[in-house]
Design a protein around this ligand. Structure first.
Ligand SMILES: [Zn+2]
Length: 317
């Protein structure tokens, strides 16, 4: 059973005129949910009571306080020219974490569903422990991974990030850990500059980070080959208890930022492969979080394919 999650606070994060990360992205993603026939499965404005505690585990208290104060005091930027804020941005970023944790609880604790797609903004995968970057403030997918690690029986969490940009924040948060595997397909070299193939984690985490760089202009063939040849093998070796997706659709051929040529059909195909892996290793359970995607039609079409594939029910479930 697939559920879709969103929150009214996401719309109030105002990035100003001309910024690509706007509230209309929520409408585009929801249009994709509608096209996938999943509008009836949308839950809104449900957050998890562990939200504050988990944010404090992933980010420093000082960082959280600075962001809150910056939003309250009417500042227009936080840490980076890429990160405009408004008075409601702190609440929106916090709601993204709270919504994703509520979805995780429905899947892994209540067992009411086995798949979730979270239509959230701001995105999260560039946010580091003490630094906001690339339109991101709190690292939502890292918060979900941390929460899952507290659940009995969940010892290994696999995060697959297929946003066109490398998820530097998620990588750095789990760089020295073997209990959260971070794998990413992304354009390289490109923003944010990290994600080379030789970044593989360090210390105890060595070998538990995998970066698959792609050149600008590449399309479906290379993108899907990376999934078939690398991601499938990694997941089969790692045998995770939970699979999380940082789902950015900015490698889409229409995207104004990504410079790649991936189609919505490839996002559907990628998602089917991930669902098969989840069926093999973790009872079909997948939580997918919206990260990037800046062309409204590209985002709607890609979301439709992604959500359709997540909603597939196989005879094994
Ligand atoms: Zn991106």
């Amino acid at each position: 059973m697939l559920k879709i999650y969103t929150h009214s606070a996401f719309r109030r994060h105002d990035t100003g005129v001309g910024h690509p990360e706007t509230a209309s992205r929520l409408d585009a993603a929801m249009e994709g949910v509608r096209r996938a026939g999943a509008s009836e499965r949308v839950l809104s404005d449900v957050v998890h009571p562990d939200t504050g505690r988990i944010i404090a585990k992933v980010h420093s208290r000082e960082y959280e306080r600075d962001l809150d104060e910056a939003c309250r005091s009417g500042m227009r930027l936080f840490h980076s020219l890429d990160n405009p804020i408004s008075s409601s941005s702190f609440a929106a970023a916090r709601a993204a974490v709270g919504t994703a944790l509520a979805a995780a609880e429905d899947i892994w604790q209540r067992k009411e569903s086995n798949r979730a797609f979270i239509v959230a903004r701001p995105p999260g995968h560039h946010a580091e422990r003490t630094e906001a970057m690339g339109f991101c403030f709190f690292n939502t997918i890292a918060c979900v991974a941390e929460w899952l690690r507290e659940q009995p029986g969940i010892e290994r969490v696999f995060v697959f990030d297929f946003d066109v940009h490398h998820g530097n924040g998620t990588q750095s948060i789990f760089n020295e850990r073997d209990d959260v595997f971070y794998a990413s397909i992304h354009r390289y070299p490109f923003y944010p500059g990290t994600g080379a193939a030789d970044e593989i984690g360090s210390g105890k985490g060595r070998g538990f980070t995998r970066n698959i760089p792609m050149s600008g202009g590449e399309g479906d063939a290379l993108f899907l080959r990376a999934v078939e040849d690398e991601i499938v093998r990694i997941v089969d070796d790692y045998e995770p208890h939970a699979i999380l997706l940082s789902s950015g659709f900015d490698a889409h051929v229409r995207d104004p930022l990504g410079g790649m040529r991936v189609t919505e059909q490839a996002y559907g195909e990628l998602t089917r492969r991930v669902v098969e892996l989840a069926q093999r290793h973790c009872e079909g359970r997948v939580l997918s979080l919206l990260e990037g995607g800046y062309d409204m039609e590209g985002l709607a079409a890609s979301t439709a394919e992604h959500v359709s594939a997540l909603g597939q029910v196989s005879s094994r479930e």
